[in-house]
Design a protein around this ligand. Structure first.
Ligand code: MN
Length: 380
């Protein structure tokens, strides 16, 4: 039995008002080709299919077209809602999706959670919102994470006697060393389910929510986040993207093979000093993808012309320019204050005051990266 696990498609995602649907299409085409070659019996989609609760028409077209392509290549696709998906919207597309052999589980449901196909059963836990989890277990004073743990056990106990059992869910599991930025930005420890709470009854656990590909350490069975299909924002700069091929054989642990996706637009964040536009452009020329520049301002008066020329030279590749203005004083040594400073500038000033040194490029870069995580919250 062969499965393909993908997650976090985020159709309709934008970055500084630039649509990322071409990046998504580029990934989906690779997934379709992979299905042609590897012929998985079932495709698992672990949530965040759409980026917004009310998806735009283009995004719906892309997803429905993808579903139709999968219909020809697999026996079935099983999908759960993520925290970005609207339960009601996902419910509304269920009947038509079924015609494409895509079986959607729109919200946590103790009666309707099990997908079965031959030797395989898939227990589905769509994103367990706090509201739904509390109403399912009103009496209990347990924490959110404990209630989700109970829900998982309930599903494990009722997943029947199929030869191969898989859990498909969109939730946050604590304890991975590789998810710090995502976790700090978008999920608190309150929402973190411990790896030990993942039931051992499953041959494989297909997860969505965290955008970096990783295996869950400390889980009793093989549990993976496959992560987003393309770099969603600058916090994911440098990250490679994957989907998982899974081979299930009786009496053996699942064989998991991550398959790397190529990226249409890798993201790049660079800090540059205001100076010769041509020199900066030359440094950026080799970069394929989308670029955000943080400019250390040297000549405020020339800034307009500078950024205009920068935009002309770099074109659509440049999607955001931020300015870092150093502390300036007038002839009496008084600070010149003009417009309100942005956060990067404020941090630069803070750093200068604390360390009596100019903000180093690496630190500025890291600050800008963290800021971009916060601005695009919740990116998971
Ligand atoms: Mn997501």
């Amino acid at each position: 039995m062969r499965l393909l696990h993908i997650s976090d498609l985020h159709a309709g995602r934008t970055l500084f008002k630039v649509s990322r649907n071409q990046d998504l299409l580029y990934a989906l085409n690779q997934i379709v080709e992979l299905c042609k070659e590897e012929k998985p019996h079932v495709v698992l989609i672990a949530g965040d299919i759409f980026d917004k609760a009310n998806p735009d028409n283009e995004s719906k077209e892309i997803i429905f077209e993808f579903f139709l392509q999968l219909k020809e290549l697999t026996h079935a696709t099983v999908a759960v809602s993520g925290n970005h998906d609207s339960y009601d919207f996902m419910k509304s597309i269920k009947p038509l999706a079924k015609l494409a052999k895509v079986y959607i589980y729109d919200r946590p449901d103790k009666h309707n959670f099990l997908f079965s196909l031959g030797e395989l059963s898939v227990a589905c836990l769509p994103y367990p919102s706090e509201r739904i989890i509390s109403s399912a277990d009103e009496e209990s004073k347990k924490s959110y994470a404990e209630k989700v743990g109970d829900f998982l056990n309930y599903l494990a106990q009722r997943s029947g006697g199929a030869k191969f059992k898989v859990l498909l869910s969109h939730l946050f599991v604590a304890g991975s060393a590789y998810t710090r930025t995502e976790r700090e930005a978008s999920v608190s420890s309150h929402y973190a389910v411990e790896p030990a709470q993942l039931p051992m009854d499953f041959n494989y656990i297909a997860l969505g929510h965290v955008h970096r590909h990783q295996r869950i350490e400390g889980a009793a069975t093989q549990a993976y986040y496959t992560g987003s299909l393309f770099q969603l924002d600058f916090s994911e700069e440098g990250q490679k993207k994957f989907v998982n091929l899974i081979e299930l054989r009786e009496g053996e642990p699942a064989k998991v093979e991550p398959v790397e996706l190529s990226l249409r637009n890798p993201l790049h964040l660079r800090v540059v000093e205001q100076g010769e536009v041509e020199a900066i452009v030359a440094r950026m020329e080799g970069l394929q993808g989308l670029l955000k520049l943080v400019v250390e301002v040297r000549d405020k008066a020339g800034l307009n012309i500078f950024s205009q020329r920068l935009r002309e030279a770099l074109g659509d590749k440049l999607i955001k320019v931020e300015y870092l203005i150093p502390d300036r004083r007038d002839v009496h040594g008084e600070k010149i204050t003009g417009r309100r400073l942005n956060l990067t500038e404020l941090y630069g000033k803070f750093y200068e005051r604390e360390h009596n040194a100019r903000l180093p490029e690496e630190v500025a870069r890291e600050f800008s990266r963290l800021l971009s995580v916060a601005e695009h919250n919740p990116s998971d």
